[in-house]
Design a protein around this ligand. Structure first.
Ligand code: ZN
Length: 246
């Protein structure tokens, strides 16, 4: 018999199989988050850039050039910043994990008390704790996972390779930049400005709506929110371009 436990409950991850499934789902959600993060920034900052340049010059080649250079340098800077940030975050977590492993090795009694207190706080009875704690203490890997999650608050996904996150952000940024930039390759200047803004708005709404896969908010509100923020950014870029009119 299989007892379904409601999501978000204290024992959401019941068996090894379900635990694996839940982790895979978390991995996919994290990948979507990196994609949204990169796309959001690519759309907003490149729309601001090209609209600003387009307000300063009617030469579409200039706008295209600025857009392409901005897209590449923006994507590199976002990916590099994310890579370094995640990497140092992981280094800190790994140091704390190795300190914890050392503590488990040197002071097992202290760690046993921690575990007992933790399970008691979670509402297990003394008898249940007496059964579980020795079993966990015998299993080094399990014990480390318990300590990482409950004492240090580290989730397994936090230790994922920083390079893959940076790659997704880079890719999403470049693809997103196509929406505001590409119209300047095909349309006359004034039409290109309109198509660029309209296309970017649609893409932004889509990204805002897609975000709800992990934020679980209303897709309509999330899409509109993204649109409003981006339009404000585009307007500021445009105004900057007007001020330094060539
Ligand atoms: Zn501990």
């Amino acid at each position: 018999m299989c007892i379904r436990i409601p999501k978000g409950g204290p024992m959401e991850q019941t068996g090894p199989h379900e635990m694996h499934g839940a982790r895979q789902e978390q991995g996919v959600l994290r990948a979507i988050r990196e994609l949204v993060f990169g796309a959001e920034d690519g759309l907003v900052s490149i729309l601001g850039l090209v609209t600003g340049v387009a307000a300063g010059t009617t030469d579409s080649k200039m706008v295209l050039l600025a857009g392409v250079v901005g897209a590449v340098s923006g994507a590199i800077s976002m990916a590099a910043g994310n890579y370094l940030g995640v990497k140092s975050h992981i280094e800190v977590l790994q140091r704390r994990l190795s300190e914890e492993a050392e503590s488990i090795r040197r002071y097992p009694d202290h760690e046993r008390v921690e575990l007992i207190n933790y399970y008691r706080e979670r509402g297990l009875t003394s008898i249940e704790v007496q059964t579980i704690v020795p079993a966990v203490m015998r299993n080094q890997a399990f014990l480390m996972e318990e300590m990482a999650a409950h004492e240090l608050g580290i989730s397994p996904g936090e230790l994922e390779a920083p390079a893959s996150k940076a790659f997704w952000i880079f890719t999403a940024y470049i693809i997103a930049a196509v929406f505001p930039v590409l119209p300047y390759a095909f349309f006359s200047h004034y039409l290109a400005v309109r198509v660029s803004i309209a296309g970017t708005m649609i893409a932004l709404f889509g990204v805002g709506a897609a975000k709800t896969v992990y934020t679980r908010r209303s897709w309509l509100k999330s899409g509109i929110e993204m649109l409003v923020i981006a339009m404000a950014a585009g307007l500021l870029g445009y105004l900057a371009g007007r001020i330094v009119h060539l």
